[in-house]
Design a binder for this molecule. Sequence first.
Ligand code: 13P
Length: 250
Amino acid sequence: MKPTALVAGNWKMNGLASSQAELEALANLLKEGGTADCDVLICPPFTLVAAFAAASAAGIAIGAQDCHTAKNGAHTGDISAEMLKDAGATYVIVGHSERRADHGESNDLVKAKAEAVHAEGLKAIVCVGETEAERDAGRTLDVVLGQVANSLPAAATPSNTIVAYEPVWAIGTGRTPTTDDVAEVHTAIREALNERFGAAGEGFAILYGGSVKPSNAHELMAAANVNGALVGGASLKATDFNGIIDAYRN
Ligand code: 13P
């Protein structure tokens, strides 16, 4: 089974109620630009998930950027996957490198979050990626494959899980790996998925993230085993994000 490509926008800690105009602008651009051979997802901050899900036109899925492992309970300030589903989210990003770094999230915790996402019937986007020091030390594949092995639940399937490879040093820096480097890591992830999940391994979408822009999207999306993008900065402007989706238009 061939993966369905996904172009996902991670708005991070950006966006106010007025940002709904950007979602509407994106819907219009998608209508004008014609169909693209990919799914389209926006993950705004928690505060906007319900409003975006209510307003979102067909063709744009809405997701969240994190969740707690529990369904509910005494966890002040946290949000559960059940709440996100209730608000209209269909995807949840887990294990983003900013959460791994800022909140000390381990592979075990990321896996438990992905399981919580699956328990609600939502799709988990599980993020992995090496730091610059790890790449310089020649440890990229070690680190990334270790994260894939330990952050993905045993029950992961191509319909409930997407893997996102985001080299930490490429996030928000304007720097990207070469397409050969991207292909090398994505192909190694594919082989690990095939080894662990058998024939289903071929069906998982593997996204690339880190300084994806309209100007480099075509090249990056053409690399072997790249099935879409996880976009930060360039997802905040509808015209830029639509320019990335162009990589999936004929
Ligand atoms: P940038 O596209 O801003 O580099 O961010 C990538 C990212 O972290 C998406 O999750």
